[in-house]
Design a protein around this ligand. Structure first.
Ligand code: MN
Length: 206
């Protein structure tokens, strides 16, 4: 059984950028629903249930021919949703470093010029993602930083990339406060990114 960790801060901790009602619904209802459906999907597959969620998502594409189609789809959608939200709560904070330092700062300078260059790429990917999905900063298979978006709950882990940060651009993430104004929500999320955590995640990939 996979489990839902409590938020690492209070529902209202990210105000005024993200409102408490959105946080409560997003964690207690949406994230919980992904978890419940993931657990239902692995109920009769103990070999899958035994895997850490990251390992399950990494090996999922190799199982597209062998798993029953409904189980494959459930793992992709709900396993992805479970893992993506675990990461999302982790990389947001009401405090924390506003910019990375050390190795991640150097890698960002190499890949994007500077933090403004990264922000432009990330906001662009998030804005242009049609419909529901996520925008990502990842370490790719060559060990390089990359920015892109994925549809639905697809995770970079499904293409063997390590996500450093992910921004949820499903409407449930912002509609109560921002309605259709996705760019305003993205600006708010940028203010909340916990670069201490993101830089530490980067070090684990080196
Ligand atoms: Mn979400």
């Amino acid at each position: 059984m996979y489990t839902l960790a409590p938020l690492p801060y209070a529902y209202e901790a990210l105000e005024p950028h993200i409102d408490a009602t959105t946080m409560q619904l997003h964690h207690d209802k949406h994230h919980q629903a992904y978890l419940d459906k993931l657990n239902a999907a692995v109920e009769n597959h103990p070999e899958l249930a035994a895997l850490p969620i990251e390992a399950l998502l990494k090996q999922l594409p190799a199982q597209v021919q062998t798993l029953p189609a409904d189980i494959y789809a459930a793992l992709r959608n709900h396993g992805g949703g479970y893992a993506n939200h675990n990461l999302f709560w982790e990389i947001l904070t009401p405090g924390g470093a506003k910019e990375p330092n050390g190795e991640l700062a150097a890698a960002i300078a190499t890949a994007f010029g500077d933090m403004a260059g990264l922000k432009t790429k990330l906001v662009d990917a998030a804005t242009k993602q049609f419909g529901s999905g996520w925008a990502w900063l990842v370490v790719d298979e060559m060990g390089k930083l990359a920015v892109y978006s994925t549809p639905n709950q697809d995770s970079p882990l499904m293409q063997q990339h390590q996500p450093l940060l992910g921004i949820d651009v499903w409407e449930h993430a912002y509609y109560l406060k921002y309605q259709n104004r996705r760019p305003e929500y993205l600006e708010a999320v940028w203010q909340l990114l916990n670069w201490d955590v993101i830089a530490a995640r980067y070090l684990t990939t080196r």
